[in-house]
Structure formats: C-alpha cells, structure tokens
Design a binder for this molecule. Structure first.
Ligand SMILES: [Zn+2]
Length: 156
C-alpha cells in the first residue's frame, strides 16, 4: 500500500471517530515494512483521559502487538500533526518516521491547543502559564543511584 493509502486510512479513522462520538477528530496508524501494525483513535472525552490521543493509542497497541517498548523500523501516519506529548512518545518509542495530514495550525483553527503547547515549551519556565519548580529532598537521587548500581537492568 502507498503512503497516501495509509494516510487516507488515518484520516478516515479520524472522521469515523467524530461520527461515533468517541473523541476528537484524530486517527493514527503504525506501519512497518508496508504492513499495518496498529491503529489508534482519540478517546480523550469517552475515556476521560487527556493522554488518550490517537498516536498514543496506536503506539500502545503496536507495542502490545509486537511485545516491545521500542518501535524501531515503524512509521506513524497521523491525521493531524502530533502534539508535544505524542511527539515525546514518538521519540521514546524510537519510531523511524512520522507523516501527518493536517498541521498544528489547522488544529488551532478548530480550537485545539497543540500549537499553543508547542509555543509554551519554547518559553523560559518562569514565563509558562503552568508553573513548574524543583524541590530537592534528601532522597531525591536515591532512585538514580539504585538504578546506576543495579546489575542486569534492562537499559532503554
Ligand atoms: Zn497528542
């Protein structure tokens, strides 16, 4: 199947998602070697889960199907440009590439905040709308030391 076919499927999933009242207008597909590994749909409102984005759904399903936490060699087709959370997940999963249809600017025009969040991340911490502060405790680095000194750990 061609890239256009995979993208059309991702967009069809997004449309179906809206028509079935599952969540936002977003769908995603993960492909490896020309074969569909998983699909994902936005289910934020139906699951009351702000992380239930189509890309996260597709990544979780692909990892479960392939029994791995790394999707090396896989590509993501998504109906809309990934938000910062999903882009982070793409990096953690080490996907080979990402293709998207609508852009974050397009999503902003219908009320989604992807572009706004991308912009927030470019600001110095003290200028962001959600404050974030470091609180150091006596045991802050104990988990790190335990990890570093743990033999036979599964590095990722
Ligand atoms: Zn997302």
């Amino acid at each position: 199947m061609s890239q256009e076919v995979f993208m059309k499927m991702a967009v069809d999933l997004a449309l179906e998602n809206v028509l079935n009242h599952r969540g936002g207008p977003f769908g995603a597909i993960i492909v490896r070697n020309g074969r569909i590994i998983s699909i994902g749909r936005n289910q934020v409102s139906s699951k009351n889960d702000p992380t239930a984005h189509a890309e996260m759904d597709a990544i979780r399903a692909a990892c479960q199907y392939l029994n791995t936490y790394q999707l090396t060699g896989c590509e993501l087709y998504t109906s809309s440009e990934p938000c910062p959370m999903c882009l982070g997940a793409v990096y953690w999963a080490r996907l080979k590439g990402v293709y998207y249809a609508a852009s974050r600017k397009d999503a902003a025009k219908i009320g989604f905040e992807d572009d706004y969040i991308y912009h927030q991340f470019t600001l110095p911490v003290e200028q962001r709308i959600i404050p974030m502060s470091q609180i150091l405790t006596k045991n802050t680095y104990e988990p790190y030391y335990a990890w570093v000194n743990q033999p036979n750990k599964q590095q990722y």
